[in-house]
Design a binder for this molecule. Structure first.
Ligand SMILES: Cc1ncc(COP(=O)(O)O)c(C=O)c1O
Length: 386
């Protein structure tokens, strides 16, 4: 028992939120909280201006990272769910048809399903293939005269499969549709160019692959997208107008923003820019390849595409002998290894893969995990499954 307690934690749940953060993120949070944690405002005192400057810096960094059409087009949110809701509820109108996929997280599929059930919109859910890939031709075939939006994930949070978003974006643009991409699993891990990929709306969290703290996220709003604000209020600027100011980002950013979170996020984005998304992804994919090989030897079934070029570092597996939840609970309690079992908020892809309702065990390493961590996980699984 004493030995178990002294074991260090192996955290392999970076698809949910990244941990640990780079040291520079902790330093930025501490520094900002002690010196500049005022309510940002464009017409305020020096400390308020400093806080506003931090938000501005963040928007510039994001604009550079994702090749946006202006820093003001990056609207800070609470998380990716917040960004997706802002986009979906902001652009859809009564009678619209939306094309989505069976790979989606509930933060896309639930708002769409609720609008569909109320008769507000209609939805087509395109099915992925066995590897978890969406065929761009299937998206093209689903377009109707009422289609207004294609809303889809950039990479599956269950299978890790990277989707051909540039091809699908091109089809959407040719048909004058809006294209919303959920980059929860790719922002920071896969290069994203919103202009080259024809992305009108890019939703992403700050707390996963961009290494900010929880409570951070953003929505990129391209020039073709016209949104209704779903949150109105103070913006730290001109208070005389009876309605929300028309200009971005303030149009969509009512209320005191998480400026402390953004200070940490800015350090996280700089970390990503220094390392480069490709290098970060390669490291994580190499660790999941090592894991997949060991899992095969243990007789576990690994899901999703095995082509390293088409995956982020997220792997799902299961065994015939033990429920995913039980396996993950033992790994946590007995071996200090944090993984994520279940449906991962993505029930449709688990149904498609035949893993509903028990789900799979999901393993998602980050930049600070090592081959030794994967060996420890494989050793623990060997003991549990023996
Ligand atoms: C593909 C996908 N979309 C959306 C989300 C929601 O992100 P957040 O937790 O930041 O709201 C997640 C979270 O795991 C995700 O994996």
């Amino acid at each position: 028992m004493a030995m178990k307690l002294s074991m260090s934690l192996v955290y392999l749940d970076n698809a949910a939120t990244s941990f640990p953060k780079p040291e520079s993120v902790y330093q930025a949070l501490d520094r900002f909280a002690r010196t500049a944690l005022a309510n940002p405002g464009r017409a305020g005192h020096k400390m308020a201006l400093q806080a506003e400057q931090e938000l501005d810096t963040g928007r510039h960094l994001l604009n550079q990272l994702f090749h946006g059409q202006g820093p003001e087009r990056f609207v800070f949110t609470l998380n990716c769910t917040d960004s997706l809701n802002m986009a979906l509820k902001g652009v859809l109108r009564e009678g619209d048809h939306v094309i989505t996929t069976d790979l989606e997280h509930n933060s896309v599929s639930r708002p769409l399903r609720a609008m569909e059930l109320s008769g507000f919109i209609t939805v087509t859910r395109v099915a992925s293939d066995r590897d978890g890939l969406i065929d761009p031709d299937a998206v093209a075939e689903a377009i109707t005269g009422k289609t207004r939006l294609v809303a889809m994930t950039h990479a599956s949070n269950v299978l890790g499969t990277i989707q051909p978003v540039a091809e699908i974006g091109k089809i959407a643009r040719q048909h004058d549709l809006l294209f919303l991409v959920d980059a929860a699993q790719t922002a920071g891990a896969v290069p994203i160019d919103v202009q080259a990929m024809f992305i009108d709306l890019l939703a992403f969290p700050g707390h996963k692959g961009l290494f900010g703290p929880t409570g951070t996220g953003a929505l990129y709003v391209g020039p073709r997208a016209r949104l209704r604000p779903w949150r109105e209020g103070g913006t730290g600027g001109d208070s005389s107008s009876p309605t929300q100011p028309a200009e971005l980002p303030y149009f969509l950013e009512g209320g005191t923003p998480n400026v402390l979170g953004v200070a940490g996020l800015n350090a996280g984005i700089r970390f990503v820019m220094e390392r480069g998304p490709d290098e970060l992804r390669r490291h994580e994919v190499a660790l999941t390849d090592q894991l997949a090989e060991g899992l095969g030897e243990l007789g576990c079934r690994v899901f999703g595409c095995r082509d390293a070029a088409r995956r982020v570092g997220t792997l799902s597996f299961r065994t015939e002998t033990m429920a995913a939840g039980d396996l993950a609970a033992i790994l946590d309690a007995e071996f200090q290894i944090a993984v994520r079992p279940g449906l991962h908020c993505a029930p449709y892809i688990h149904k498609a893969q035949g893993t509903f309702p028990d789900g799979t065990v999901r393993v998602s390493p980050g930049p600070f995990n090592t081959a030794a961590d994967i060996e420890r996980l494989l050793g623990a699984l060997k003991q549990i499954l023996a």
